[in-house]
Design a binder for this molecule. Structure first.
Ligand SMILES: Cc1cc2nc3c(=O)[nH]c(=O)nc-3n(C[C@H](O)[C@H](O)[C@H](O)COP(=O)(O)O)c2cc1C
Length: 128
């Protein structure tokens, strides 16, 4: 998080901590990024790791990295059946192009590509 007191914020009495450890959404340059191992020493509650995980890296994080849970965001947008696919070891549909993440058509917000993808595996085309 980009606040000046990010350490103090994270170490307050919280129910859980959700850590975007992949840094895939940018970083603030306000200090060395905290690691899950560092948090684990200070925080007794559940730690959720997030950003850029797939089934294999999530399993690794859970067994070696110290997180208690791993959260998935964008893989769910392109795979409404993400849980079943991961359980069955099936290939995931690739991440959707960014214009599908939040969509607005002529300034009207729509759910197209956001909540309406079928669980079928047809490819998703980039928008015109
Ligand atoms: C379309 C979209 C909307 C998001 N909205 C929020 C939000 O409202 N609050 C939040 O904390 N994170 C939000 N995020 C971040 C996700 O929760 C998650 O941290 C991020 O997608 C990284 O995980 P991933 O690599 O599994 O996608 C959003 C991400 C996307 C792609």
């Amino acid at each position: 998080m980009g606040s000046d007191d990010f350490r103090e914020s994270f170490l307050y009495k919280l129910g859980y901590i959700h850590v975007m450890i992949g840094l895939g959404f940018g970083f603030h340059n306000k200090g060395k990024p905290m690691t899950i191992a560092e948090l684990k020493k200070e925080f007794p509650g559940p730690i959720i790791a997030n950003v850029g995980f797939d089934a294999d890296s999530a399993e690794r994080e859970l067994s070696e990295g110290g997180a208690d849970l791993v959260a998935f965001g964008r893989p769910f947008l392109s795979n409404p059946d993400l849980v079943e696919k991961m359980q069955e070891g099936r290939e995931l549909r690739p991440m959707l192009p960014m214009e599908y993440w939040y969509t607005s058509k002529e300034n009207v917000w729509t759910s197209e590509g956001y909540t309406d993808l079928s669980v079928m595996d047809e490819p998703v085309q980039a928008k015109e």
